[in-house]
Design a protein around this ligand. Structure first.
Ligand code: SIN
Length: 306
């Protein structure tokens, strides 16, 4: 096999390879450190934090369906102060770029979170989560509306100069309108896609499988949806994209690169097997070669449309 260059550049952040762990799959980093050699990955996105700690939604919060995993965690998190006081000091030891993720009920909350991360330093970048389908306020209510997304991103950018990636939902009429609004407000890039709203029902008990009734679907079933979102937003905005949704193997990563992603995150696959991301990194050189390239970078947006 020829020497394959796995490096990528995500809005100025140098990644050793494009393989990342999506928010919610890596906790706050240190939980996974004893299980996998995190420094072999391109980067990780930590669980979204809000201004105040949150206990999340009532249980059950996870249900495995025949077509993927439903979750309704409801943004359980330690809160921004604990992230900065307790989590941040340990991050340098992980040896890879770490991205914070923020979520808020109001534009002001997003502004405050951005300001606090700006003063704290230490993160490679931030993900702005305007697409959680599992909370009553904030979350996807922002991400379905280009103007609301623009207001959130503007508020974050006014308070924080870290590279900012806006996590969007594909459960909108035209995702490119929201992506474009994020870009106009100064987003450095996009993170596509969040889980897709869904539900499951226990017929004997006539009850929903999830305590919050509905949740977000992830896994292989959403990969085609995610690929299209990446392809559409790449062409519409030209912004760097962290693509993800149903990524299980190295060929999946190459598909996302070809659709226009600069980095690619694993989600549900990590719950099944935390070492999966390393297997994906190990096979990436061969998958890039199968696509006729010698580097990850040259595949970005390289889809041929006949
Ligand atoms: C959750 O905490 O409910 C999942 C996070 C998300 O979908 O953004």
């Amino acid at each position: 096999m020829a020497e394959i260059d796995l490096k990528t550049d995500l809005a100025g952040i140098a990644l050793a390879n494009p393989v990342m762990l999506a928010s919610g799959t890596a906790g706050y980093g240190s939980e996974l450190a004893p299980v996998i050699e995190l420094s072999r990955l391109g980067g990780i996105v930590l669980k979204s934090v809000t201004v105040e700690p949150s206990k999340g939604n009532r249980e059950p919060r996870i249900w495995e369906t025949s077509s993927g995993m439903l979750n309704s965690i409801g943004l359980e998190n330690v809160g921004i102060e604990a992230l900065i006081d307790r989590v941040l000091p340990e991050l340098a030891d992980l040896g890879l770029p770490v991205f914070a993720s923020i979520a808020g009920e109001t534009v002001r909350a997003f502004a405050r979170l951005g300001a606090m991360l700006q003063s704290a330093g230490g993160f490679a970048g931030i993900e702005v989560n305007v697409s959680c389908p599992n909370v009553e306020r904030g979350g996807i209510q922002f991400g379905v509306d280009p103007n609301a997304t623009k207001a959130v991103v503007k508020a974050v950018r006014e308070n924080c100069s870290l590279p900012t990636f806006v996590k969007l939902s594909a459960a909108v009429g035209d995702i490119t309108r929201v992506a474009d609004a994020a870009g106009q407000a100064g987003a450095s890039g996009l993170s596509l896609i969040n889980t897709i709203p869904g539900m499951a029902i226990d017929i004997e008990r006539r009850r929903p499988r999830l305590g919050a009734v509905t949740g977000g679907l992830s896994g292989p079933a959403i990969k085609p949806v995610a690929l299209k979102a990446v392809w559409d937003c790449y062409r519409a905005t030209g912004l760097p994209i962290i693509g993800g949704g149903g990524v299980y193997d190295s060929a999946d990563v190459v598909e996302f690169l070809l659709a226009g992603a600069t980095a690619v995150s694993l989600g549900s696959a990590v719950f099944q097997d935390p070492t999966r991301a390393l297997t994906v990194v190990d096979g990436l050189g061969a998958a890039i070669e199968r696509a006729g390239a010698t580097s990850a970078k040259e595949l970005i947006g390289g889809l041929k449309t006949w």
